[in-house]
Structure formats: C-alpha cells, structure tokens
Design a protein around this ligand. Structure first.
Ligand SMILES: Nc1ncnc2c1ncn2[C@@H]1O[C@H](COP(=O)(O)OP(=O)(O)OP(=O)(O)O)[C@@H](O)[C@H]1O
Length: 840
C-alpha cells in the first residue's frame, strides 16, 4: 500500500525544524554561498577565456624575449643585477623574485630591535628538566611563539583566520542541512512521494556545489595560514640568526642550546633537553614547518569538530530530550577521561623524532660539505656507518612511536566508533521503545498514525546521520588531543630555537656555580661572567690583559668552564706595524683572531679595534669564504659596486695583483654563477680572498694562514701589494718566509717546553708587562722569559740578521759551486766532441 501525505503536515518524529523553515533556511544559505562563489570565481566564461588567452600570449612573448637575451646583454643584465633587490633608506629591501616567467616584488622589512627587545621577556631560556606535554609551560611557549607567527590582530593571518572560520561554520551548517535532507529523501522514498523525492535530489545536488567548494577552501586556507605563519617565523629567525652579533656562529658552537640529552627512564616523559638539541638547519626548516602545519591544522581540527559537536548535540538534543542529552554529555566526559589515560607522551616523542632527524640530516650534510676530503681518505664506509647508526636510531624511535599508537588507536576507535554508536542507538531507541519518553519530548503535539512509519524513518535517518557526524566530530576532536600533544613537541622545538637566539643576542647565559674540581688559583670562565670591555672604532688594535679562552657552552661549560689558552695577552698594533704571530699548533693563534673579531667573548681586560670592513679591519681566515653568486658578487654585488662608483677595470686590475686575471675568461665572464668553492683550486680560493682584501682596502687585515696554499712567489707579491695599499698586516702563520714582510714578530711559546708552576693556561704567560713594554723587545724581557718573543725587525735585529745571514750563506755556497759546475760542464762537452786527452 502506498501512503501519500502532504509535506507540510506537523511531524513528531521528523526534525525539529519544520519543512517550511528548513526550506527557507536552505534557500537563504544557498543564495549566500552562491553570492560568495560569484565574487570569488569569475563566472563570465568568455572573459575568463579571453584572459587566459592573453595570459598565454604574454607568457610566450616573455619566454621569447628571455631567450633572445644573452647573459651579457647589457641593458637586461643591468636591470637584472641592479634590481636583484632594492634597498630602502629605511632598511627594508624589495626582493625581485622571478616566478612563473614574471618578476614579483616582495618587500621585506627587517624585524626591528624594539620588537626583539619587547619579545625578550617572553622567551626565557628553557629549563632542561621541564616536562614536555600539554601543560602550563606548553601554553606559555605557544603564546610566546604566536607573538611571532601571528604578530597582529589586523594582519593577513587574522584575515585568513576569519575566512577560515567562516568556511568552517559553513561546512557545519551544510552538514546539518545534508543530514536533514538525507532524512527527507528517505522519508519521501518510503512514503512513495515521487515529486518530493525528485525535489530532494535537486536540493542534494544544489548543496553539493557549496559543500565541495567549502571543503576545498578549508584545505586551501589551512595551508595558506600555515605558510603565513612560516613566513613570519622564518623572517624573524633569519633576522635574529644572521645578524651582526654573529648568532649563527655562536649557535653553531652550541653556546645557545645549553643542555645535554638526558637518559629517559622507562615510563618517564623526559625533559625539554630533547627540544633544545639539534642543528640550526633542522630547527629552521623542518621544525618550523611542522610547527606551522600542525598549528594551522589544529585550528581546523579542534575548531571545526568542537563547533560540529555543539551544533549536532543541540540538534540531537531536540530529538532526544533531556535524558538523551544528559547521556550524550556523560558519554563525552567518559571518553575524554579514558583517552587521557590512554594517551602516550606524544609531545616528547615528536621532539625526540625531530632531534633524531636533525642528527641524521647533519650526517648527510657533513658528507655533502666535506665530500672531497672523505673521498681522499676513502672514508665512505665510516661515514656510512655513522649515517646508518643515526638512521637506525631514528627508525627505532619512529617504530616505538608507531607501537605506542596501537593501544591508543584501539582505545580511541573502540570508544568513539563502537561505544559511541552503541550509545547512539540506545539514545535513539528511547523515544521509540519508551513512549513515555517520547511523550515527554513531544508533549502536546498531535501525531497522525498513518505517517508514523515514514516519519520514524525520516527521524531515524536524520538522527543516524547526525550521530555519525557527531561520532566523526568527536573522533576528530579526540584525535586532536594527540595532535595537540604533538604540537607541544614542535612548539618546544621552535621555542627552544627562539629562546636560544634571544639569549645569544643579549649575551644571556645560564649562571653556573664554580666547579669544586677547580683549584683555587685556577680561573673559572663562565659565559655568564664575561666582563671584558670592547671599544670599536679606534685607529689601532689593542688587547690589554685579555685572556685567550675557548668558550664552552652547555654541560661542558658548567663542568669546567671555558678553556684558557693564554693567561693574559697584551698587544698593541699601530698603523704600519706589520706583525707576524707564530707558534706551535693549538697554542691559540687563531683564537686571538676569534676574540678580536668578536666570535669569542673578551672575558676580561680591554680590547680596542677599528670597525669591521672598509677603512677598518678585515679578517681573512684559512678557509676562504666564497658565497654563491657571480664572480663579480664576491667583493660586492653589482648594485653595491655601482653605488660606490667601482668599475670592472678596477676589478680586473685587482685580479691581476692576485694573479687571477685569467679567471673571468676561463669561467665565462663576470656574471657566471657557480658554486665557486667547488670550481676553484685551494690556492685560487685563497687568492680570491686576497682580492677581496685589495678591493675593500681596510686599514688593518688579520690574515690567518690565508695564503698557506699559495705559491710563495705570488704570496710575496700579494703581501707587498697589501702593504703598498696601506694595509697594516697582522699575520698568523707558520711560514718563517713571511717574516720579511713584517717588522714585528710575536712568537707564542710551546707549552711543553716550559716547566712553570702549574697554571690552567696552556701557554703560561705572565703579561703584567704594560703596553709600552711591547714595543721593540730583546729576548731578555719578562715576556720572552715566559715563552714569548716580540721583536722589531729592523737592521739591528738579531733575528732578522740571523735569518738573512742564513739565506746569504746559502746563496754564497751555491755561487761558490758555480765555477766547479762550469768546469764539469766543459769537460762533458769536450768528451762528447771526442777531443783527446779528456779524463772522465
Ligand atoms: N670552536 C672551538 N671551541 C672550543 N675550543 C676550540 C675551538 N676552536 C679551537 N678550540 C681550542 O683552542 C685551541 C687553540 O686553537 P687555535 O685554532 O687558536 O690554535 P692555533 O694556534 O691557531 O693552531 P694551528 O696552528 O693549528 O692553526 C685548540 O686546541 C682547541 O682546544
């Protein structure tokens, strides 16, 4: 029998929304979403096609134009190079980023010092004993990081968030509408209402368009939000990491991340030490990206299901009545409790995984960087062992994480899918099986018996779908508990990086107590107790009472402090006083340069030097630094060169002085871009370093074995040229042949040859000698008595005389032999001619 009934009749078991209201709401929402769609998608197909054609033609033209331009096509080149970035007087730069055949402009404003200062208080150093997880500390860390990732309430991220929220809301509303429509379609089907069924199907497709668009937009906006967070964090970190305080170097030394990895006992959550260990590239690339993805996803993962649950519960509550609603909430509370008990330490696991990945990545990076050395030593096997061990550690940890997820996943699935569904069935059965409950819910509303089956079916299907959606939302909400725990791990990593960089930037280090193992007369060099004075700007170089100490961060620093290499150094170099520093390996020669360059701290005493760069002081280390870029970029970018009025002719003349004039033609011109460290030989790289020096013409140059791979004839010419340019040389070298280019010599003593009362320094130096005492000395000075020698190499210098005498003696010896060799040559010649009477 077919039961037909008008669709507008009052219903008891149908949804609480009447059909009429439902239709009106549906119509309103569809109109609303269509309006949004119409605004975001150009619906005029002919204009869309025209625009696409124009775009294609433009791209084709651009491609052709670029193909016709050789790299040496001057106007194009000039434009390209000058516009690589445009510097504003305000300090911001506009980067020109080639993208899809066009150049897009990206304006980058550096993070101001005020911003960093205002954030400092939010990033106190991480306590290694701090437990990782979703706790109070996590929220504090998250809010601190959010200050960077989400800097403004009115910025782009806020707009994205609002849009994201709008689409999340739309999706929930659409889900409710779909559930209701589902019920209606089945009702019409059961009651053989053909017209209603077709109408329902029409609505079904009408809802499909906004629903699919909404889903795609949610995913798109989530990724965009993650990218916006990452861009903010990356720019902030770059500015802090690569600043004039040399944080990148200090971080690399491990001074910023001050904690050892503690051994985790079974069942223990472990501390924040996991968060703080690792290399900068792992922190800045993977950890920041994971944090941003996780944070952006979490908003959707928590916000959307929470909203769903609210709306679905309210919808269901209308059908299920107060008992059912109470049951629902009891169910939620119970599930949350069970899952909390079953959740392993996901936060710590995420942080450990990130650290282990970092270690593995660092191993790979080392092979990439030192590939040639590894190859010469045939160290592939050893490196493979190291890599495999790092990988196995990572794989084992990931495996443990997977295993930990099995019981958790089971509990979660059982509770949310099966337990919740069973509860749902029970709740839905209440009004059907117990009419008293039904009456209480729908009191006073008349019901027509012949509609009962159809309406029950509708109510059942709608409620069932709502319950399924509810279970899904609940599942996602509970899953997001795990996501939140993982986010806590990533947050701790990003926080650790930021707080380390802030601490380094402000020279804040944890204060360590003096270790009991140190003797009373042994100084303790703690990074928190650096009190030397540094004055940048004078026209001379001065170190007065400065200990040369290799810093030690972290556990080593706490255990024994920095390592004293030279007790106290007094040295003054005025312009024109070319000073050579020699001494055995490991005595601390380069360390002096590190302190002067401020790579290492001036622990006590006074250090004065000119400013870094043009007209000031310049440092050339043993391993030359060659950046990626064109040959021209090495001293300066094209834009900088132009702005200073420097010319290519000048560059060429500099290359001639370092005997590299052949380089531009060999490498294909000034604009050739290569990985120069792989292209040039060791000596060529060092000569490029000297070329840089000649280009910048500082007043002082600290040359640390920077010509060790250069042939001595070219080396000599370069030293002479540097002096002719008015550069005062402070050279660190083992080559005595360099003495002749200097007029002062500082020789650091060999600690093994001394039997001085034990002092912690390797080079036992008493430097009570005042600075004037460091001008021409004889070996009998107290300084020399302590293993030091500082001499002025003028005509009366015994050292120089000795050196020169040796050289003269050798030449004279060779000259004396000339006559003998000439006679011998004569004899051989005659022998060959067969002249008689010649004795062999
Ligand atoms: N980055 C560092 N961190 C901690 N200690 C360091 C670091 N670099 C060097 N040291 C310590 O300082 C000591 C002196 O190093 P330095 O480079 O100054 O020696 P050097 O006199 O220049 O030797 P060489 O002639 O071999 O170049 C080393 O033996 C080492 O113990």
């Amino acid at each position: 029998m077919t039961v037909a009934f008008p669709s507008g009749l009052p219903s008891a078991h149908r949804s609480p929304l009447s059909n009429l209201t439902l239709r009106r709401r549906q119509a309103l929402i569809v109109v609303l979403i269509s309006a949004i769609l119409a605004r975001s998608v150009p619906l005029n197909s002919s204009s869309l096609f025209r625009r696409w054609k124009e775009d294609r033609a433009y791209k084709k033209l651009e491609r052709k134009r670029r193909e016709t331009e050789t790299p040496l096509n001057t106007p194009a080149l000039e434009k390209k190079l000058v516009d690589l970035y445009i510097l504003d007087p305000s300090g911001s730069r506009t980067l020109l980023v080639p993208h899809q055949g066009r150049v897009s402009k990206v304006r980058i404003t550096p993070t101001s010092n005020e911003t960093y200062a205002s954030h400092l208080a939010s990033f106190p150093p991480l306590d290694p004993r701090e437990k990782l997880g979703v706790n109070k500390k996590f929220w504090k860390m998250l809010f601190a990081v959010l200050k960077v990732a989400f800097p403004s309430k009115t910025g782009k991220e806020a707009f994205l968030l609002v849009l994201h929220t709008f689409f999340l809301l739309s999706r929930t509303i659409l889900s409710v509408m779909v559930a209701r429509l589902d019920g209606r379609i089945v009702r019409d089907l059961v009651s053989a209402n053909g017209a209603g069924f077709v109408r329902g199907l029409g609505w079904w497709f009408a809802l499909a368009i906004p629903s699919t668009y909404t889903n795609s937009m949610i995913r798109y906006l989530e990724r965009k939000l993650a990218l916006a967070f990452r861009t903010n964090l990356t720019r902030y970190i770059h500015d802090l990491y690569l600043n004039d305080n040399l944080n990148y170097y200090k971080f690399g030394l491990g001074l910023g991340v001050a904690v050892p990895i503690e051994q985790k006992k079974k069942g223990e959550n472990g501390g924040a030490s996991e968060a703080a260990a690792g290399t900068a590239d792992q922190f800045i690339t993977t950890d920041v990206a994971r944090f941003c993805d996780s944070l952006a996803a979490l908003y959707g993962n928590i916000g959307k299901p929470a909203l769903d649950m609210l709306i679905f519960t309210s919808q269901l509550a209308a059908s299920l009545g107060p008992v059912g609603t109470f049951g629902l909430f009891t169910n939620y509370a119970f599930t949350a409790w069970v899952l909390k008990k079953a959740t392993p330490a996901f936060g710590r696991m995420a942080a450990t995984e990130a650290r282990l990945e970092g270690e593995y990545r660092a191993g790979l990076g080392r092979i990439g960087r030192d590939g040639e050395e590894v190859a010469f030593y045939n160290g592939g096997k050893r490196e493979k062992g190291i890599l495999m061990s790092a990988y196995e550690k990572l794989a084992k940890h990931v495996h443990t994480t997977f295993k930990a997820r099995i019981p958790y996943g089971m509990t979660e699935d059982f509770t949310i899918k099966y337990f919740w569904s069973a509860c749902g069935y029970c709740l839905m059965s209440l009004p059907i099986l117990f009419p008293a409950v039904d009456k209480a819910v729908h009191s006073g509303r008349p019901r027509e018996i012949h509609h009962e089956v159809a309406e029950r079916t509708e109510g059942y299907v709608s409620n069932r779908r709502l319950l399924l959606s509810l279970a899904d939302a609940g599942g996602r909400l509970m899953y997001s508990g795990k996501d939140l725990a993982e986010l806590s791990g990533y947050t701790s990593r990003v926080y650790a990086l930021l707080s380390s960089l802030h601490s380094l930037n402000n020279n804040i280090y944890p204060e360590n107590p003096r270790p009991a193992s140190l003797k009373e007369d042994e100084p303790f060099y703690d990074l928190s107790n650096v009190h030397g004075r540094v004055i940048l700007g004078p026209k001379h170089l001065l170190l007065r009472g400065v200990p040369i100490v290799a810093p030690a961060g972290g556990a080593a620093g706490a255990e024994r402090g920095g390592e004293e290499l030279i007790h106290r150094l007094d040295l003054r170099v005025e312009q024109g006083e070319h000073t050579l520093i020699t001494g055995p390996n490991g005595v601390g020669k380069t360390s002096i340069a590190r302190i002067v360059a401020q790579l290492w701290p001036t622990w006590s005493g006074l250090m004065e030097r000119p400013i870094h760069g043009e007209g000031g002081i310049f440092f050339l280390p043993q391993r030359p630094y060659l950046s990626i870029g064109s040959l021209r970029d090495h001293p300066h970018t094209y834009a900088e060169m132009k702005s200073r009025g420097r010319t290519d002719a000048e560059l060429m003349s500099i290359l001639e002085h370092v005997h590299l004039a052949y380089l531009p033609s060999r490498e294909g011109g000034w604009e050739t871009r290569k990985e120069w460290k792989d292209v040039l030989s060791g000596g060529e790289k060092q000569r490029m370093g000297m070329a840089r020096l000649f280009y910048h013409r500082p007043t002082y140059a600290i040359l640390d074995e920077c010509t060790s791979a250069v042939s001595s004839d070219v080396e000599g010419l370069m030293y002479e040229h540097a002096k002719n340019l008015g550069i005062t040389l402070v050279t660190i070298s083992h080559r005595p042949s360099l003495l002749k280019y200097h007029n002062r010599h500082l020789r650091l003593g060999d600690p093994t040859s001394h039997t001085y009362p034990p002092t912690p320094s390797r080079t036992p130096v008493g430097s009570t000698t005042n600075l004037s005492g460091l001008t021409p000395q004889t070996p009998s000075t107290p300084l020399a008595a302590h293993g030091w020698q500082l001499t002025t190499l003028h005509s009366t210098s015994a050292e120089e005389k000795l050196e020169l005498n040796h050289e003269i003696e050798e030449i004279e010896r060779q000259l004396n032999e000339v006559k003998q060799w000439e006679a011998r040559l004569e004899v051989i010649g005659r022998e060959l001619r067969g002249e008689a009477g010649v004795k062999a």
